[in-house]
Design a protein around this ligand. Structure first.
Ligand code: SF4
Length: 489
């Protein structure tokens, strides 16, 4: 069970002036449900809640007007989307605004600077829609919408033609972005793919051509894993998803594909996908077919907080997925205001392991969007990771982190050490565009404020080769574009 003390983020919230936010008038709020006892007489139907219809929900009406206004203004720039399940069963409205799932799904006014906030607020109150749209776009472009070289480098090709919707950054793994899987059951406020939700990416990288995928995989026998990603590929109907999968598993020329990975938040935001949706059983049958073909189905489950595993239906989803022969790996970034506390992570991993999931990645929040609101210094990320790791048994110590999915590869923070009398970060690549650098420890100068790899500097000349500034293959601007490094939903 989730203890009340862990329902809130580690730090009490204050606004930009340092004032504590007003807590809600509990007499106006709906009774908090006991999640472990929620039973639905009929299957819950998916209903998205966005800026355009949130007004009609009782939870919204119960919010403090200042809080509502903050959400309204920020969501003009960074939109929110959630659903009735998240609102009714995951958010504790008595703990708002500090409830972690509230923070994970509803924007906060501090996600914009004072100046940005006031500018949008003013324009929202005016009739000048053109000026509002222009200001929104300008601010969005200031928020580094394409981190880690997303729109550059390594355009995959089949027969000399660029293939949209495939990313092939590391030898063994191809990422596939199916066109029908480029949204999510709910958006995360920290999302590093927010640009595609606001029309900054025109989804040109999404792909609906099954033959193109098969053709690319045939040309690359070194690929063993195909990662379906998005958005969230599990928003696709089963028959669309199965079309891709069956094409792979029925072709003897694609025997080198050993693992079908699915990067998804649905296990947390819409577990009904595996239990009560009309095509839930078909989906599980599809998983079974993959397993029967001698392959592995790995659900890369995006779990950010143990409350996401607290409801009967979330647990039933895990049980049914595992019963179909798939395994579930758990991953998430450390997100300030949501899970920046070692106890939360220890509880998440322990709960997951108890249900049969495998702790996998502990990421660092990416350098995009409202990163200033969510990021945590690297040394603190490592401290939280270490303290959580110390609390779990060996069976949960499969988790790797803190890991930055940076431009050159996945950079693992191993710790902080004194080297030759100087404080330094000890790092290694778990994945790298230059495969020969993987798992070789290297050092960067310690910086207590550093939150991302880009700002780190080599400790010595010998460490310089681990930093991509001088990598020749990365200095040219390739033709065409394809997103990179956005594969870990
Ligand atoms: S982090 Fe993943 S699940 Fe969350 S909104 Fe972004 S793509 Fe969707």
């Amino acid at each position: 069970m989730i203890s009340d003390s862990r329902r809130t983020s580690a730090r009490p919230d204050t606004d930009r002036l340092g004032r504590a936010e007003r807590s809600q008038d509990k007499t106006e709020l709906p009774e908090r449900p006991d999640r472990s006892k929620i039973e639905h007489e009929a299957p819950q139907r998916f209903k998205a809640v966005t800026r355009s219809n949130v007004d009609a929900t009782p939870e919204w009406q119960s919010l403090d007007p200042d809080l509502r206004q903050g959400i309204e203004v920020v969501s003009a720039v960074l939109p929110f989307r959630t659903n009735r399940y998240v609102m009714e069963e995951l958010i504790d409205w008595n703990a708002v605004p500090n409830d972690p799932i509230f923070r994970l799904t509803f924007p906060h006014r501090d996600m914009l600077s004072n100046e940005q906030f006031e500018r949008i607020q003013e324009l929202l109150n005016s009739d000048d829609k053109a000026a509002l749209d222009a200001a929104v776009r300008e601010i969005q472009l200031e928020l580094n919408p394409h981190p880690a070289g997303q729109m550059t480098h390594n355009v995959p090709t089949v027969a000399g033609e660029p293939v949209p919707g495939i990313q092939h950054k590391y030898d063994q793994t191809a990422l596939f972005f199916p066109a029908a899987g480029q949204t999510c059951h709910a958006y995360c406020t920290f999302c590093f793919r927010w640009a595609q939700f606001v029309g900054l990416d025109d989804m040109k990288f999404a792909n609906k051509d099954v033959e193109q995928l098969a053709g690319y995989l045939k040309e690359h026998p070194e690929i063993t894993d195909v990662l379906f990603t998005g958005g969230d590929p599990m928003v696709m109907r089963t028959k669309v998803f199965a079309r891709y999968v069956d094409r792979i598993i029925e072709d003897p020329e694609l025997d080198h594909i050993q693992t079908i990975r699915i990067g998804t938040k649905s296990v947390a935001y819409w577990p009904q996908r595996y239990v009560t949706d009309a095509d839930a059983d078909d989906l599980l049958d599809c998983f079974r077919r993959i397993v029967e073909s001698g392959r592995t189905v790995a659900i890369m489950g995006h779990y950010s907080h143990p409350v996401e595993l607290s409801t009967p239906i979330a647990r039933e989803a895990v049980r049914r997925i595992r019963d179909a022969g798939a395994n579930i790996r758990m991953q998430s970034p450390l997100i300030r205001h949501v899970n920046d506390d070692a106890d939360i992570w220890a509880e998440l991993w322990n709960t997951g392991v108890k249900l049969g999931c495998i702790p996998y990645y502990f990421f660092v929040e990416r350098d995009t969007g409202a990163r200033g609101y969510f990021e945590t210094p690297l040394h603190k990320c490592h401290e939280i990771y270490r303290k959580a790791y110390q609390q779990v048994s060996g069976i949960a110590r499969t988790v790797r982190g803190p890991s930055m999915s940076a431009f050159p590869g996945k950079v693992h923070v191993l710790g902080v050490q004194e080297v030759g009398g100087e404080k330094a970060f000890v790092l290694e690549y778990l994945q790298c565009r230059r495969g020969e650098l993987v798992r070789q420890p290297f050092f960067a100068k310690f910086d207590p404020e550093a939150t991302w790899f880009d700002t780190l500097e080599p400790l010595t000349e010998a460490d310089r080769r681990f930093f991509p500034g001088s990598w020749e293959e990365l200095t040219g601007e390739p033709e065409g574009t394809v997103p990179l490094s956005i594969g870990e939903a």
